[in-house]
Design a binder for this molecule. Structure first.
Ligand SMILES: Nc1nc2c(ncn2[C@@H]2O[C@H](COP(=O)(O)OP(=O)(O)O)[C@@H](O)[C@H]2O)c(=O)[nH]1
Ligand SMILES: [Mg+2]
Ligand SMILES: [Zn+2]
Length: 395
């Protein structure tokens, strides 16, 4: 679900309706029936909480489309809202007249999550606007997707320098970001606790080529400008384990103690789950920041394209292998193995790529059972061929 951000200046008034051709150019199809035309427009929403939460002419156009295709006529003049928190039974929304909690009395399809834009009719959320991106992980309890945030432009992978950096975890979040249609970056927090934060940046940059890496310290108030630059008018979500310093960073960027922060247990540097909900906050300089509770596990909910985007260096090599279904397990003409042998591809990165490749492939097969059967048949055939080559049917 990769998406492009529409080009062009953001205009905040609704005087000029967006010509449909422009929307069509961005892939929006006109509904067959426009059953409910919007009523004459109210004054522009320029100074409303909507604007600080990212409202622009694109959302205005999508809002009109959603209103026009509601499955029942609106009770009142519908208004847009952005989900700033979702606690199961209620949505906290940024609405034209302020931030309010509204009960979820109706089943919405798709189910809204933080960052979603919704149509609110008579104080009831009745529709979810088409998303530009959706960050999802595999739920640790069930083999189902868990929505983390919608309509995010960037994903900041937050790691505390007070503990070992898990490169595998970073790869996973980067992959979820690409899958979502958002750009990943890494933020190394607690720079004040190490002697050489620059060395850590260098190491992470080397291990994750193509991804921006910055360091921050809430204690020394350093690095905040770099993070501000990454947010800059966009919607960005902080992802990382508990105690990594996400809420502290959010507060520093907000210039206020908005999020509760937690103590880190001495000894294992593990944080407690101080942040229990996902919450979106507009930043003073523009942009929206979504803080999240710590993720203990980052289950992949992504396809192999997203893995290829994360490991574009390895993917490029794999394209050079002699056989296009090369398993990189010693086949002749394997460019991946050759790079490992030549020392130009770290064996750890090769292993990390293989692990996520396998996980993404397994998920794809689970999602499409007939592919799994086809694969089993193919593996059976390969197995039989291998056995024939060896001439020993039992090996
Ligand atoms: N020394 C230092 N401690 C930090 C920094 N950022 C966060 N912490 C501490 O790390 C702990 C966890 O922070 P918190 O923001 O709650 O982490 P979260 O679980 O990721 O939201 C708290 O005790 C913070 O005071 C930092 O830049 N330097
Ligand atoms: Mg927190
Ligand atoms: Zn190969």
């Amino acid at each position: 679900m990769r998406s492009e951000r529409p080009p062009g200046r953001v205009r905040l008034d609704h005087e000029a309706r967006i010509p449909f051709a422009r929307l069509a150019a961005h892939g929006y199809r006109q509904r067959q029936s426009r059953r409910h035309e919007t009523s004459p427009r109210e004054p522009p929403l320029t100074s409303s909480p909507l604007v600080t939460h990212g409202w622009n002419d694109r959302w205005a156009a999508l809002f009109d489309l959603a209103v026009a295709s509601l499955d029942r006529p609106p009770q009142r003049r519908p208004v847009p809202g952005r989900v700033v928190r979702h606690d199961g039974v209620a949505l906290t929304l940024a609405l034209p007249d302020g931030i309010r909690s509204l009960g979820l009395s109706r089943q919405l399809e798709p189910a809204p999550t933080v960052g979603d834009w919704v149509v609110v009719d008579d104080d009831v959320p009745v529709a979810v606007l088409e998303r530009t991106s959706l960050l999802v992980r595999r739920s640790p309890r069930s083999d189902t997707p868990q929505l983390l945030a919608a309509n995010v432009d960037g994903v900041l992978v937050v790691c505390g320098l007070d503990r070992p950096i898990s490169s595998g975890r970073i790869d996973r979040v980067i992959t979820l970001a690409w899958e979502a249609g958002a750009t990943p970056a890494v933020v190394l927090t607690k720079a004040d606790l190490v002697d050489d934060a620059a060395a850590s940046v260098g190491a992470v940059e080397t291990e994750h080529p193509g991804v921006d890496v910055v360091t921050t310290s809430a204690v020394d108030a350093t690095g905040l400008d770099d993070v501000h630059a990454l947010v800059a008018g966009r919607t960005v979500v902080l992802v990382g384990e508990s105690g990594a310093g996400k809420s502290t960073l959010a507060n520093a960027l907000l210039g206020a103690q908005v999020m509760a922060t937690g103590d880190v247990r001495a000894g294992d540097a593990k944080g407690r789950h101080t942040t229990t909900t996902r919450e979106a906050h507009p930043l003073p300089g523009g942009g929206v920041l979504i803080d999240t509770p710590g993720l203990r596990t980052v289950g992949l909910w992504a396809d192999r394209d997203a893995v290829a985007a994360t490991f574009s260096d390895v993917d490029d090599l794999a394209a050079e292998c002699r056989f296009n279904d090369c398993g990189h397990a010693g086949e002749p003409g394997c460019a991946v193995r050759a790079a490992v042998d030549a020392g130009t591809l770290a064996p750890e990165r090769f292993a990390a790529w293989q692990e996520l490749e396998r996980e993404a492939a397994a998920a794809e097969l689970r999602a499409v059972p007939h592919l799994a059967r086809a694969r089993d048949r193919r593996l059976g055939r390969i197995g039989r061929q291998a056995q024939r080559r060896k001439g020993r049917p039992d090996s």
